[in-house]
Design a protein around this ligand. Structure first.
Ligand code: ATP
Ligand code: MG
Length: 310
């Protein structure tokens, strides 16, 4: 099958309204906002935009509606050069997630309030099999687990690696999806829930499954990422973060996954994929919102070069 896309995703898109305040207030406060901005957000949309900024050919083949937020998301994705030819536009009311992000500029915290007006449910048999088969890497998240399972099954059958970001484990078919992911990178919260452990080495050991996995990573925010690759399954490796002046870490995990997926599509080795993903998420944290700080490949390489000379 001819490959048209480096990374194809079908999951969550969000419209993120971020505000920056000096200090996150207690209840009943009236606060002046230092800055406010609307940006594209959502696990899959932001992962795809990171892959696209690095030069990847990306496509989104999920579902949006005809409302203002869907239009905003479509416009931003188009501007980011994410291919939307296989996007399904619903005739029903089908807005993306709407998130409100409050960034505390002094304490570097962020609180996210998310609203999904209608459950994310893709049409059956969407996207078409041949669209999935035209991708080098297939990308899933925890939304519409049934559609993710179908897509991941098609991809795996065609020998296409499946990269996943899973922040929720509530769906009854979650385990079925988990078994189809050969490149699993979890945020620590999900990893703790699944493993029942909190110490990095124990978490990874518990979650490593040599039969279904090529790669397992767990991101620990400021503490960096621990990972295992199938080529050396007895070794647990650690990639520390790159220290930067942090403004907003919203979407750090999303861009981390997107950069990893792109690097995988280019055939780069595991350590390199993780180092690039760590560099992209560090740069992303220096700006407000999930979209603004994501670097191009050139910017990333310059940053990594400087970091290794330090
Ligand atoms: N303060 C920080 N400075 C530099 N890099 C960071 C920082 N916080 C996170 N990162 C990078 O981003 C990666 C992912 O972050 P994290 O583990 O917080 O993801 P997450 O929990 O999925 O968060 P989200 O999806 O909400 O962005 C980390 O492994 C690290 O490389
Ligand atoms: Mg995340």
């Amino acid at each position: 099958m001819r490959k048209i896309f480096d990374v194809l995703g079908i999951g969550t898109v969000s419209v993120d309204d971020s505000i920056v305040v000096e200090n996150y207030p207690p209840a009943d406060a009236k606060v002046r906002v230092q800055h406010c901005e609307r940006q594209l957000g959502g696990l899959t949309a932001v992962a795809l935009l990171a892959a696209a900024r690095l030069g990847g050919k990306t496509a989104y083949a999920g579902v949006l509606g005809r409302d203002d937020h869907s239009r905003f998301a479509r416009r931003e994705m188009k501007n980011e050069k994410i291919n939307l030819r296989h996007l399904h536009i619903s005739t029903k009311h089908f807005p993306p997630v709407h998130s409100f992000v409050v960034v505390d500029s002094q304490n570097h915290t962020r609180n996210v309030f998310s609203h999904r007006a209608v459950p994310y449910q893709m049409p059956r048999n969407w996207p078409p099999r041949e669209v999935i088969e035209a991708a080098r890497v297939f990308y899933v998240d925890h939304s519409d687990v049934v559609a993710m399972i179908r897509g991941a099954r098609i991809a795996r059958k065609a020998g296409i690696p499946v990269v996943a970001d899973l922040e929720r484990i509530s769906d009854p078919r979650f385990t079925e999806l988990l078994e189809l992911i050969d490149h699993l990178i979890l945020p620590r919260k999900t990893a703790f829930q699944l493993s029942g452990e909190t110490e990095p080495e124990k978490v990874l050991r518990k979650l490593w499954d040599a039969t279904s996995r090529r790669f397992l990573g767990v991101t620990f925010g400021k503490e960096g990422c621990w990972f295992i690759d199938a080529s050396e399954p007895t070794k647990i490796k650690h990639q520390p973060i790159f220290k930067v002046e942090v403004l907003d870490t919203t979407g750090c995990g999303d861009v981390f996954h997107g950069a990893y997926a792109w690097a995988l599509s280019q055939g780069l080795p595991p350590e390199e994929r993780i180092r690039m993903a760590t560099g992209v998420s560090a740069l992303q944290a220096t700006k407000l919102g999930a979209q603004a700080g994501v670097p191009t490949l050139r910017e990333l390489n310059r940053f990594l070069q400087l970091a290794s000379n330090r």
